[in-house]
Design a binder for this molecule. Structure first.
Ligand code: TRP
Ligand code: SF4
Length: 400
């Protein structure tokens, strides 16, 4: 019924590094050509953990947006916005908080994990407990059905699904619901209507997932129904009411293979990153001083690439011929480690040159960045308002 819509958010961590680029951003670049996409800065989410020192959030937001744009996220393809500028997210969060069982929030795994991990922070706050609910609001307010996230975020998407289902169940039953659903089935036409009822029975009585998928497909190709009837029939299928909020699916981001300078995953907290806007001199230095196979002490000692973090970078940047050159040269002491690192230095510099060029131009023109975001916020707000009208109506709130 609704076309695919992709939504994803990033907390404002400031300038991004190659790990973000190879992990998240390249994925976004691909998605923006395939789907309607919304990408946003989750600055309220940053406050859930950094409420005691919020000063960096604003600057981090703009730095991150510059890096998105420099990396090729295209504002003519994707809607780019800042969470706190679309206050409807907060309204949906509040309204959904009324029907969210505390136990559901308490059992989201990140809740206890993060509290135990970030021991320097007091995270026994209302806001932090509500983190997944705020994230659910971010997603549901756009009726986004595809949410690209890493593995760690999958429980949050699962949570958003449960909230959407509960919401539809509680508020999707309008007066005369059953009769309206029956009338809508009639409009499907005799044959299709009968098939719909059969599939619905199979799903509801036997939990037959294939029947559910078939019935959804049947609705998806139906063209003569109003949006309201369509929503009703999607909802009726699953035994719930009218489908007001859409259950999203996680679109699992292939986990980044980008190793850091020490061979661990590249991450700011390991201090092993190359920033997208890292100075070329510094890039040289960082790669030249990378650790190598610890057994290769002298130039004449043969090495083992499997024990070397530089080899992992060759997996990202080198073709087969170059990898063969490394394997051969390393294990026979035919090449030195600096020699081995040079193609990596060249590849990183080449990859980053156009990004840095664009970032420079954007940093010098903050007004254009602001305008891009202002425009995105406006578009996001329009979409969010549409959903909120339905939500308020379903929850029995006055709208003037
Ligand atoms: N929690 C996400 C993270 O830490 C960020 C985020 C907030 C998000 N809201 C979202 C991601 C909505 C996807 C959809 O990475
Ligand atoms: Fe690592 Fe290359 Fe040195 Fe071998 S030659 S130890 S792969 S840097």
């Amino acid at each position: 019924m609704y076309a695919d819509r992709v939504l994803s958010g990033m907390r404002p961590t400031g300038a991004l590094h190659l790990g973000h680029y190879h992990g998240v951003l390249k994925n976004w670049l691909r998605l923006q050509h395939e789907y309607e996409c919304l990408f946003f800065v989750a600055d309220w989410h940053a406050l859930t953990t950094h409420y005691d020192d919020p000063l960096a959030i604003e600057d981090n937001t703009w730095q991150m947006v510059i890096d998105w744009l420099a990396a090729g996220v295209d504002p003519s393809k994707a809607v780019l916005f800042i969470q706190s500028q679309v206050i409807e997210h907060a309204e949906l969060h509040l309204l959904m908080s009324m029907m969210t069982p505390l136990a559901w929030l308490e059992r989201v795994p990140t809740y206890k994990d993060q509290q135990e991990k970030l021991t320097d922070k007091d995270l026994s706050t209302y806001g932090f407990l509500g983190y997944p609910l705020l994230q659910a609001a971010d997603i549901l307010i756009y009726r986004a059905n595809k949410v690209p996230v890493g593995e760690d975020q999958v429980p949050h998407i699962e949570f958003a699904r449960e909230i959407a289902r509960r919401f539809n169940h509680l508020y999707g039953r309008e007066p005369g619901y059953e009769e309206k659903a029956q009338a809508a089935i009639k409009k499907l036409g005799g044959k299709k209507g009968k098939l719909y009822e059969e599939l619905r029975t199979r799903y509801q009585q036997a939990g037959d997932q294939e029947a559910l998928a078939a019935a959804r497909a049947l609705l998806a190709e139906t063209q003569n129904l109003s949006l309201g009837d369509m929503e009703r029939l999607y909802g009726y299928l699953e035994g719930g009411g009218k489908m007001i909020l859409t259950e999203p699916d996680a679109l699992l981001t292939p986990s980044s293979k980008m190793p850091g300078l020490d061979g661990q995953k590249m991450s700011k907290s390991y201090n092993n990153t190359i920033a997208l806007r890292e100075d070329p001199e510094v890039i040289h230095k960082k790669i030249r001083t990378m650790p190598t196979d610890p057994a290769r002490i002298r130039r004449s000692d043969p090495g083992n690439p499997e024990r070397c973090p530089v080899w992992q970078l060759h997996q990202v940047y080198s073709d087969e011929a170059q990898k063969a050159w490394v394997r051969e040269g390393c294990t026979t002491a035919g090449i030195g480690c600096l020699e081995c690192k040079q193609p990596i230095i060249d590849a990183v510099l080449k990859e980053l040159a156009p990004i840095q060029e664009r970032a420079r131009a954007l940093a010098e023109d903050p007004d254009s960045v602001r305008n891009i975001i202002a425009d995105g916020c406006e578009k996001a707000r329009d979409l969010a308002r549409e959903t909120m009208r339905d939500v308020r109506e379903a929850m029995g709130l006055v709208q003037l």
